[in-house]
Design a protein around this ligand. Structure first.
Ligand SMILES: *Cc1c(COP(=O)(O)O)cnc(C)c1O
Length: 222
């Protein structure tokens, strides 16, 4: 069930320059529509098939964000309509996004996902891996995949100071990359960080996009 009270509270407290992505993964189209009619336009999904289906059934002006681990062979299912891919974690994936975007004669905005958590399981670049990619000649050849910023997920923990430090690290990566590789590029400006449990800390640490699911749609059961 959509919790409109929580939704309104989050929207009211959102500082200028911070955008809410309502994470609707596993939730039915009726609930997405409910929130859409309450004014929410940007939604986040983490499965290509589910996103493809929901896109077909829901209003055309919804802005769809892909936030989960993305396999290269599935990019084609979302390439025609996706607004932003938050989860670029390999050069191979970025190349495939570029290839599909070229075919469609469009640009696809992308975020570079960094591994900032202490947990082993989370996807993402290390700073050095990312720098190596950005320096490479093959990276310079990309034309249709557009890097507009960075994304990261903090450790799932009650340790507020650890979470804060991880968000600070992501912000520092962003600032360094901006200086070295995206200087004077106005497109490179997004820092996607913060979920239900930590979005307030993320905003304090410079987030420009929070991805909030369960606080708005309730707990997920799958
Ligand atoms: C599921 C998910 C979210 C939202 O998580 P909540 O804790 O429900 O707010 C945000 N980002 C990513 C990458 C996710 O997979």
């Amino acid at each position: 069930m959509v919790n409109l009270e929580n939704f309104n509270k989050i929207v009211e407290q959102l500082p200028q320059g911070v955008k809410l992505i309502a994470v609707s993964k596993t939730k039915p189209v009726e609930e997405i529509l409910h929130l859409y009619h309450a004014g929410q336009i940007a939604f986040g999904e983490n499965r290509t098939q589910e996103l493809h289906q929901k896109h077909a059934e829901l209003p055309n002006d919804i802005e769809w964000h892909f936030i989960g681990h993305l396999q290269s062979n599935k990019v084609k299912y979302i390439a025609p309509f996706v607004s932003l891919i938050h989860s670029i974690d390999t050069f191979k994936l970025l190349q495939e996004v570029d290839r599909q975007a070229k075919k469609l004669d469009r640009k696809i905005p992308c975020l570079l996902q960094f591994h900032i958590a202490t947990e082993e399981s989370k996807f993402g670049f290390s700073y050095n891996e990312c720098e190596e990619m950005l320096k490479s000649d093959t990276f310079q050849l990309l034309q249709n995949a557009e890097i507009v910023g960075v994304m990261g997920m903090a450790t799932f923990t009650d340790d507020v100071e650890l979470v804060r430090q991880e968000f600070r690290n992501l912000k520092a990566f962003f600032t360094t990359l901006k200086e070295i590789f995206f200087n004077g590029n106005p497109l490179f400006k997004e820092i996607s960080m913060g979920m239900t449990n930590d979005y307030q800390i993320a905003i304090e640490e410079g987030s420009t996009m929070i991805r909030v699911g369960s606080a708005i749609f309730g707990e997920r059961f799958k």
